[in-house]
Design a protein around this ligand. Structure first.
Ligand SMILES: NC(=O)C1=CN([C@@H]2O[C@H](COP(=O)(O)OP(=O)(O)OC[C@H]3O[C@@H](n4cnc5c(N)ncnc54)[C@H](OP(=O)(O)O)[C@@H]3O)[C@@H](O)[C@H]2O)C=CC1
Ligand SMILES: O=C(OP(=O)(O)O)[C@H](O)COP(=O)(O)O
Length: 349
């Protein structure tokens, strides 16, 4: 079965999910929507994929950008819509999705209640089968859950305390900051990230967050109390066996910060230097009895893309979790180990 997909909101997340859908042999990208007639709208129009809300038709006509139809027309043609509009707007669109009986996947900027089900592949893929709505949790929550669900399943987690160092803006965002400050975010504790984790995984977790002047990645400092004493080897074994977690051997690789991780993605030839994998610094993993510390980096613009593709399958098909991960990760070219990274980089021309 081919799942017909629409993307409402062709921005940072939407354009990446659209490209990922195009790579799936069991999905068809029917169209994407734009509200502003800019270069991305023009590019989508050249592919015959551009749909716009009815009240915006005139703006596109004036700009000479040809549209394939209205958002309502697009929704009549599809099985699933991925809503990647700015946070809070998806809630308004839900009424339209309901009207056309189309399944919808929302993003982390929406509240859990909008979908009533928050999704993270490694944690709850199977529970999504047959649902009408799902919300792919935000980039930070996706990064946290990849590690936490893996360790909870393998060893068991008693308690998590974490600090999220958030990037100030995405690279294209001109009007955000800070430019020269570290901002408590929020100053009253805890931050929303731990609360968001609990919409998927019922564990004792509390998080704090600060925003810093960088655009490329978030960084998490995790302190996890496990249910039993562990060794560093056991943690490494669990993380290396899990999909979408890339352990970075900082010592010999020379990769000791987020700038170097992004340089690695550039050397790999990743489009827009995307890194769908969660990057865990091997050197940071330290264990004392049941207590584990580690640091990990999240490429905020791309980490949720594989989860969106899995969410489409989980809602609209009977494909198993393992098969969906296999299809998604192989089509998007995800790597499992640092040796795989080296193999990709060594293909330089
Ligand atoms: N950026 C990030 O790091 C991450 C974001 N998220 C979440 O993903 C969601 C989308 O964020 P992001 O991609 O960054 O946002 P962007 O602002 O980059 O993209 C949103 C797009 O939606 C379009 N849009 C705006 N208003 C409307 C509307 N009323 N109807 C249809 N389209 C509209 C805009 O394009 P135009 O108006 O030109 O058509 C814009 O390009 C949010 O919930 C966010 O919290 C999740 C993980 C990471
Ligand atoms: O950090 C993010 O989400 P999160 O902190 O809610 O996990 C996303 O990158 C979106 O962040 P923004 O709301 O600062 O644009």
């Amino acid at each position: 079965m081919t799942v017909k997909v629409a993307i409402n909101g062709f921005g940072t997340i939407g354009k990446r999910v659209a490209e990922a859908v195009l790579k799936q042999d069991d999905m068809e990208l029917v169209g994407v929507t734009k509200t502003r007639p800019d270069y991305l709208a023009k590019a989508a129009s050249l592919r015959g994929l551009l749909y716009v809300p009815e009240e915006k038709l005139q703006d596109f006509e004036k700009s000479g950008i040809e549209v394939a139809g209205t958002l309502d027309e697009l929704l009549r043609k599809v099985d699933v819509v991925v809503d990647a509009t700015p946070g809070g707007i998806g809630k308004e669109y839900k009424k339209v999705y309901e009207k056309y009986g189309v399944k919808a996947i929302f993003q982390g900027g929406e509240k859990h209640e909008v979908a009533g089900f928050s999704f993270s592949t490694l944690c709850n893929y199977e529970e999504a089968h047959g649902k009408q709505y799902a919300r792919v949790v935000s980039c930070n929550t996706t990064g946290l859950l990849r590690v936490l669900c893996t360790l909870h399943k393998e060893i068991g987690i008693e308690k998590v305390r974490a600090t999220i160092v958030r990037r100030g803006a995405d690279p294209h965002e001109t009007k955000r900051g800070p430019i020269n400050a570290i901002v408590p975010n929020p100053v009253t504790l805890p931050s929303h990230h731990g609360i968001d984790v609990r919409t998927v995984l019922d564990i004792d977790i509390a998080t704090t967050a600060v925003v810093v002047p960088t655009t490329i990645m978030h960084l998490h400092v995790l302190n996890i109390v496990l249910k039993e004493n562990v060794s560093k080897e056991k943690i490494l074994e669990a993380l290396e066996a899990a999909p979408r977690i890339l352990v970075i051997p900082s010592e010999f690789s020379g990769i000791k910060d987020t700038a170097k991780i992004i340089e690695m993605a550039r050397d790999m030839g990743r489009k827009r230097y995307d890194l769908n994998e969660l990057a865990v610094f091997e050197e940071s993993i330290s264990v004392n009895g049941k207590e584990l510390f580690l640091m990990q980096a999240v490429h905020q613009e791309s980490i949720v893309v594989p989860e969106n593709i899995d969410a489409i399958r989980a809602l609209a098909t009977n494909v198993s979790k393992e098969e969906s991960i296999r299809k998604t990760d192989s089509t998007l070219g995800l790597v499992k180990t640092f040796d795989d990274v080296l193999k990709v980089i060594s293909r330089f021309e």
